[in-house]
Design a binder for this molecule. Structure first.
Ligand SMILES: C[S@@+](CC[C@H](N)C(=O)[O-])C[C@H]1O[C@@H](n2cnc3c(N)ncnc32)[C@H](O)[C@@H]1O
Length: 229
């Protein structure tokens, strides 16, 4: 394994499986936002045999002026060729569960907003795992985009809480997650660098808004319309 690959190996999301098992049991629908090479996705799909997982990542490049790029995240500096290779690795890593996966190549907010009011297989998501752009704005936007897609009792979780860059205020994972927990009057739980908030049972259900249709298993490109693989 090359030095670079080693450095970018995200890993360290193992406790997520235990937390989901403990808090939800056997989830049926979930999303991972920020997928990289699909290593955590494969972990989740192996641990939960009935899970249909939505994998959301634009697998794209960012200009130097982009806040995400300025946050120093290794993934923000990848070339398009490297991102394309990461998407291919993802497809390979989740191949064993291809009928339970929907890979969507688009940004968190773009997909989360279109998911809004769109019940997946008739129901909202059991969990959303937010692990994309770790700037305050990035985490906050992802929380706002995905909270509404969760079922009451569902789990909003994320990664890199208290990471050294987060502690130094370069990233905003703890700030955004703590703010949201306060806003929805729920407890913010952490274990290592994992954070999660349970959506209260009495929380308003997603309403009868516009429907964007159901996502099928497969790989979709940008704006959720063009099947490209
Ligand atoms: C920390 S890595 C994800 C690691 C992965 N969750 C794992 O456990 O192996 C961050 C990923 O977020 C993606 N990303 C960056 N900005 C994004 C956005 N706005 N929406 C979705 N994904 C994004 C990057 O392309 C990168 O693949």
């Amino acid at each position: 394994m090359s030095k670079k690959r080693k450095k970018l190996n995200m890993g360290n999301t193992g406790p997520l499986v235990d937390v989901i098992r403990r808090e939800i049991g056997q989830p049926l629908r979930g999303v991972e936002v920020g997928v990289h090479r699909g290593e955590t996705s494969a972990l989740l799909l192996r641990a939960f045999p009935a899970l249909h997982l939505y994998l959301v990542d634009p697998w794209t490049t960012y200009p130097e002026s982009h806040l995400y790029r300025q946050s120093g995240d290794g993934c923000s500096k990848l070339t398009q060729a490297e991102q394309d290779a990461n998407l291919r690795a993802t497809v390979e890593n989740v191949q064993f569960a291809r009928n339970r996966c929907t890979i969507i190549r688009a940004t968190s907010v773009e997909v989360g907003e279109q998911f809004k009011f769109c019940a997946v297989h008739g129901k909202p998501l059991d969990f959303a795992f937010i692990d994309d752009d770790h700037t305050y704005e990035g985490v906050r936007n992802s929380i706002l985009a995905w909270w509404h897609n969760l079922t009451p009792g569902g789990l909003l979780a994320g990664h890199d809480f208290g990471h050294p860059r987060d502690r130094r205020g370069i990233w905003g994972v703890s700030r955004a997650s703590l703010e949201w927990a306060t806003q929805v009057e729920q407890k913010l739980c952490t274990s290592g660098e994992l954070w999660w908030i349970t959506k209260p049972e009495e929380a308003e259900e997603a309403g009868d808004g516009p429907s964007y249709g159901r996502y099928q298993a497969g790989v979709f490109y940008s704006r959720l319309k063009n099947v490209f693989l």
